[in-house]
Design a protein around this ligand. Structure first.
Ligand SMILES: [Zn+2]
Length: 109
């Protein structure tokens, strides 16, 4: 008879309530593709989760492109419940200066 007991860990990952529609920029690869997840790691025995490593699941910003995880406490810009957290490059400021090298009217005198 041979018994094979497998111990390991299993991390439960699910979308964090209130952050389902929040997409933020990944600080590792720069893509606006990261989402906020709730992660909870458990100690498993024979693939059955028995003991949680922590009392509470932790909240992390995860990027599916580069597989980078970052605790949400390091992302004060990430807030949930507003739906739209995508930064809009090019917006804000208003009245952008003309690009350098643009033809100057004075040059055509
Ligand atoms: Zn990334």
């Amino acid at each position: 008879m041979f018994f094979f007991f497998t111990c390991g860990t299993h991390t439960f990952t699910s979308a964090l309530k209130g952050y389902e529609n929040v997409t933020v920029q990944c600080q590792n690869c720069g893509n606006i593709s990261a989402h906020v997840y709730k992660r909870w790691e458990w100690f498993t025995f024979c693939f059955v989760p028995l003991i949680p490593f922590s009392l509470k699941p932790w909240k992390e910003v995860g990027c599916p492109i580069c597989n980078f995880w970052q605790d949400i406490k390091y992302r004060p810009d990430v807030t949930g419940g507003h739906g739209d957290q995508i930064p809009m490059p090019g917006y804000g400021g208003g009245g952008a200066p003309p690009p350098p090298g643009a033809p100057d009217q004075a040059a055509y005198k």
